[in-house]
Design a protein around this ligand. Structure first.
Ligand code: ADP
Ligand code: MG
Length: 717
């Protein structure tokens, strides 16, 4: 290929040894995770600049992307030492002359020869009186060719202290060589198959998907828009294919390798369970239960995500599934994200199963060591049928015969977080509940091995919620309104983002601005002033579990009228008589969180009222978010709006999904590519379940190193 392999540049080369980097720049690059030449190679441009047609040299401005056409009038290989070669050339036309510099690319000496006509694109830097281009993009022109389309410039994500121009230079200096060292993991036949499928789905590909070396060069330094599209599509396809292969293998494993107890439902059992509910199930609940019953009647594990807005009645569906398991002589476990919620689920189960023979246990942090030990023993011996607990405590727990695992994950996502529990030699069925609706495209990715059930309809008789975006001058009127509600016997929440003021107030003005969003100061103020005639409670995460529990209990029993709280109440708490909520410092909350909070005042038959106030220094985006929040009460609409405003990366961060982040693909914008990748992945796994075909070895390696651990594919390789 190129002759510059004399320098021993590999993907492992630390950035500080690259031309134009050095220790201090290497430090800055390391801050955005760029430590080796390989990191730079895989640091894909986040955007591109499309420079204007060829410019006159006397009109060049420093730092602006430009293209120009000229003739080489001077060329010199200044130093030849391996890894340190410098090649310089002068390009001239009737408007002036510029200098080109290439580090570590001695082969340029053979290409940029005197009298050769070229077009160069890049950003110029003034050096003395002459403009200089380091690693510009060069196109060789025929003698009579005067114009061509200008070259496209990459725009890299930057770190403080490294300029775009420098980044282009640094990356430009390594791409050619490193791209040629890469192993191809997509055999040509597979690329062609993908090309056909991508074209069928409407993606405009001029050439077939390029090989990896071409794709890498073109993504950093595209010849034109077609090549760029080809390169990007190939890399996104590869990334999505690797993911979808991992998910397809896992899906297949779940149905072939794992064994669960089959728990068919018959009309008798169904009636016995359904009769326990003090209300008629909604149509959506019935439909969800039907799907779950089919899953659980099979001998391989159910893997279902049950999504539905807060208060849509998911818990009821989960209880049905748990009772189905118990009815078949299995144990079931319900995991909650917090202790408050675990206790609430425990109470609900106790109520519904009152006077039945089902034995229910609770496992959470505030129990005594003795109580915990007893519960563990009862779980292992099979003395307990149902166990409710917080996730942390359920790791590694031993069951006699675990048939079903329900995870009330609220808005935590992902396959990666699934706790693997086993007991009695069977693999339990899994049901995950989530209150944050996700679009199907995302479900296909993050929950690629999961079936999806959505509850849209709310139980009847539910009061509506009215949401107001409060203005400062309304505060007094709002508190008056809350007082009227309290006098009618209702209860109220006041939510704020922080426990204490973030810094010590140093002056009176400071005190007022800092105080707005801390629960402690709000509590003091409301108790002394607006709600002096009522009982006001203060709840936050710094209290002990016992204190929290007792406050919640008092609020639930109506002994406390107004509960001032942080978002600890976000999850789960169910107090139908609480109908008014005031959210302070609302700009600090995300849409999903606001919506969860709002769900707390729509539990009973009374109309709920939510008023959000800001601290007064919100950004336009934050304000827009609150406007959206005010305008709709539909969780799906909100999720979609959130998606559009923030982008999926943010909403479904890698951390939340438990999956590695995408480097180049975007599951929203690349939905077509995702669908093709999913289809081809499924075909490949159907044809060759363990990917034993040697042509697919590279792909298999990639999927193992990227997803092996998260998806527990351990024994594939
Ligand atoms: P989610 O878990 O989806 O937030 P829950 O299952 O906790 O919702 O249900 C919210 C409230 O609605 C609970 O008080 C529950 O008892 C009640 N509920 C659930 N299903 C029905 C129904 N079909 N009819 C009437 N009330 C219901
Ligand atoms: Mg719930």
């Amino acid at each position: 290929m190129t002759q510059h392999s004399s320098s021993t540049l590999t993907r492992a080369t630390p950035t500080q040894f690259l031309v134009g980097v050095g220790p201090s720049r290497a430090d800055r690059l390391a801050r955005i995770g760029l430590r080796t030449a390989g990191d730079l190679l895989f640091c894909f441009p986040r955007d591109y600049e499309f420079p204007a047609p060829p410019e006159r040299i006397d009109r060049i401005r420093e730092g602006e992307p430009v293209s120009l056409v000229g003739t080489i009038t001077d060329a010199e290989l200044i130093s030849r030492s391996p890894g340190k070669s410098v090649f310089g050339a002068i390009v001239e036309n009737e408007t002036g002359a510029v200098r080109l510099l290439f580090f570590n690319q001695p082969f340029r000496a053979e290409q940029l020869t005197i009298d050769r006509r070229v077009m160069i694109s890049g950003e110029a830097k003034l050096n003395g009186l002459r403009f200089e281009f380091v690693h510009p993009k060069v196109t060789y022109l025929d003698d009579d060719q005067t114009m061509t389309t200008p070259q496209i410039l990459p725009v890299y994500p930057l770190t403080e202290g490294v300029k775009q121009l420098e980044m282009r230079r640094i990356v430009g200096g390594i791409v050619d060589e490193l791209a040629s060292q890469l192993n191809e993991v997509l055999p040509e036949s597979l690329r062609d198959r993908a090309t056909d499928a991508l074209r069928d789905s409407g993606i405009n590909l001029r050439q077939p998907l390029p090989d990896i070396t071409t794709a890498m060069r073109q993504i950093h330094s595209p010849d034109d828009r077609d090549h760029l599209r080809g390169a990007r599509t190939r890399l996104a396809f590869q990334e999505l294919l690797v993911m979808q292969l991992a998910l397809a293998i896992r899906r297949r494993r779940l149905t072939t390798d794992l064994r669960s107890s089959a728990m068919p439902v018959d009309p008798m059992l169904d009636a016995r369970i359904t009769n326990r509910f003090p209300f008629k199930l909604t149509d959506d609940q019935v439909a969800a239960i039907r799907q779950i019953s089919i899953d659980m009647s099979r001998q391989f594990p159910m893997n279902r995500l049950l999504q539905g807005d807060v208060g849509s009645g998911k818990t009821v569906v989960a209880i049905y599934a748990m009772m189905l398991a118990v009815g078949h002589g299995n144990q079931a476990v319900l995991m909650a994200p917090t202790e408050v919620l675990a206790r609430q689920h425990y109470q609900t189960l106790r109520q519904i199963l009152d006077a039945s023979r089902v034995r229910i246990g609770l496992l959470c942090g505030s129990l005594s060591a003795g109580e915990k030990r007893q519960t563990l023993a009862d779980t292992a011996s099979g003395n307990l049928d149902l166990l409710v607990g917080t996730q942390a405590l359920l790791h590694g727990l031993e069951f006699k015969r675990l048939g079903l695992c329900v995870i009330d994950e609220q808005h935590k996502f992902g396959v990666g977080q699934r706790v693997r529990l086993r007991g009695g030699g069977v693999d339990p069925h899994y049901l995950v509940m989530s209150a944050t609706p996700i679009p199907r495209s995302v479900a296909m990715t993050i929950f690629g091995d999961t079936d999806l059930t959505t509850i849209k309809e709310k139980p009847p008789g539910r009061g509506a919620v009215k949401t107001y975006l409060g203005r400062d001058e309304w505060r007094k009127r709002w508190w008056d309104f809350v007082r009227t509600q309290l006098k009618e016997g209702r209860q109220a929440f006041v939510v704020a983002p922080r426990v204490t003021a973030s810094k010590e107030p140093s002056s009176a003005e400071d005190a007022s601005s800092e105080d707005v969003s801390s629960v402690e100061s709000i509590y003091q103020q409301l108790r002394a002033d607006q709600f002096s005639e009522f009982t006001v409670g203060l709840l936050h995460g710094r209290l002990s579990p016992d204190e929290k529990q007792s406050l919640m209990q008092q609020f639930a029993e109506g002994e406390i009228d107004v509960l001032v709280t942080t978002t600890v109440i976000e999850v789960g708490i169910d107090v139908p008589n609480a109908t008014v909520m005031t959210i302070m410092g609302a700009e600090r909350f995300g849409l999903a969180q606001l919506h969860q909070l709002r769900g707390r005042v729509s539990r009973g038959s009374h109309t709920g009222h939510v008023c959000v106030f800001t601290d007064g220094n919100q950004s336009p985006e934050e304000y827009e978010r609150l406007t959206v929040f005010e305008s709709t009460d539909d969780g799906f609409e909100l999720a979609e709006a959130d998606f559009k405003m923030r982008g999926p990366g943010d909403v479904f961060s890698a951390k939340q999904s438990g999956m590695p982040p995408m480097r180049i693909a975007n599951v929203i914008e690349d939905l077509d590519v995702l669908q093709v990748a999913r289809m081809i992945a499924q075909e490949l796994v159907d044809e060759d379940p363990e990917l034993d075909n040697p042509d697919l070895e590279g792909l298999k390696k990639q999927l193992m190193s990227r997803y092996g651990r998260q998806l527990e594919l351990g024994d594939v390789a």
